[in-house]
Design a protein around this ligand. Structure first.
Ligand code: 5GP
Ligand code: MN
Length: 320
């Protein structure tokens, strides 16, 4: 299915629920805000509801304050637009509000997307859900305003690693040019998102870097964020975003892995990044996760040392 199918689907309904995945990042937040705004400008009703709070660094975005954490009473939506989300379970608590009769409109760029909607527009070639929402503005012939442009810029900038990753195309840059013409200041958005970390988060980075190890052939690099480190540095979990890139940035590393102890249970959040030779979407899939060929993740239950052993074994296998 394409943007046209989704356009036709949207025309049929008047009340929408918009959501994305748990622990949202720039693409999920930005694409939701722009989507909600587009629908409202077309005279439709739309609310945004997410499982997890908006990350601190994205709260500058106009519209982010409208993302609900709990379902408002008496909002009987006909359709749910689910953005940047490969399956229903990744919406977390929000899936509990989706009824059998709800028309699910699935808009995503994850290769691991399972086409869980009534209407599915899944394009793994696209950099971000933000780019897809931009295509919807074009399809409806609605000119992006400055608030929507800031949201879409955030979505596309964060998912392309500031336009460095292989998912960045000439189309991405053309879209960005148009967004800038609507009046946003890219350097201000960049500063808000990437230059507002705390000294605690920077101390945590220092601790995590100390744990970096490489396999003998230098092709796998991994590092840890442990409960103890979080306690010692008083850093936030949000502050661990980006740490994995230090492992990928080492010459010769093909697979970077970040292990994070996030909660009290015996569960480790594992993130993978690849330089392109290894499909880490498949690697995360071994543990029930997914994502993209060069960026993926999963949660693995077990003691930290056991999780590390299991994951490294599979990573070595993926390299062969
Ligand atoms: P990150 O490592 O930054 O958390 O996530 C990288 C990519 O992998 C994102 O596209 C994200 O959606 C996906 N991802 C991360 N964790 C999981 C997971 O537990 N399950 C699935 N299906 N995808 C994940
Ligand atoms: Mn995305």
């Amino acid at each position: 299915m394409s943007v046209r199918t989704v356009k036709q689907a949207i025309k049929k309904f008047n009340k929408f629920l918009i959501t994305s995945h748990i622990n949202p990042e720039g693409d999920s937040i930005g694409s939701q805000i722009a989507m909600a705004s587009l629908l409202k400008r077309m005279g439709k009703e739309a609310i945004m509801l997410d499982d997890s709070p908006v990350p601190q660094v994205m709260r500058f975005l106009s519209g982010s304050e409208e993302i609900f954490k709990e379902m408002p009473n008496n909002f009987n939506f006909q359709a749910a637009i689910i953005l940047d989300c490969p399956d229903m379970a990744r919406t977390g608590r929000v899936s509990g509000y989706i009824k059998k009769e709800t028309a699910i409109i699935n808009i995503d760029h994850h290769i691991s997307n399972v086409n869980f909607g009534k209407f599915n527009w899944v394009d793994p070639e696209t950099s971000s859900a933000g780019e897809m929402v931009y295509d919807l503005f074009k399809a409806f012939k609605v000119k992006v305003n400055i608030e929507e442009a800031a949201a879409l810029y955030t979505a596309i900038m964060t998912d392309t690693g500031s336009f460095r990753y292989s998912n960045t195309s000439s189309k991405t840059h053309r879209i960005i040019a148009e967004l800038i013409e609507s009046g946003i200041r890219p350097h201000e958005i960049h500063t808000k998102i990437y230059e507002t970390s705390s000294v605690q988060d920077t101390n945590l980075l220092g601790e995590a870097l100390q744990t970096m190890k490489l396999t003998d052939d230098g092709k796998i690099g991994w590092l840890w964020v442990t409960k103890e480190m979080l306690k010692k540095t008083k850093a936030s979990l949000e502050g661990t975003e980006g740490i994995i890139n230090f492992a990928r940035s080492i010459d010769g590393v093909e697979i970077a892995i970040l292990f994070r102890e996030t909660g009290t249970e015996d569960r480790v959040k594992v993130s993978f990044r690849s330089k392109g030779k290894v499909d880490v979407n498949k690697l995360a899939g071994v543990f029930g996760g997914g994502g993209h060929p060069t960026a993926s993740g999963c949660s693995v239950f077990g003691k930290p040392e056991d999780v590390e052993k299991k994951v490294l074994e599979q990573a070595k296998r993926a390299l062969q």
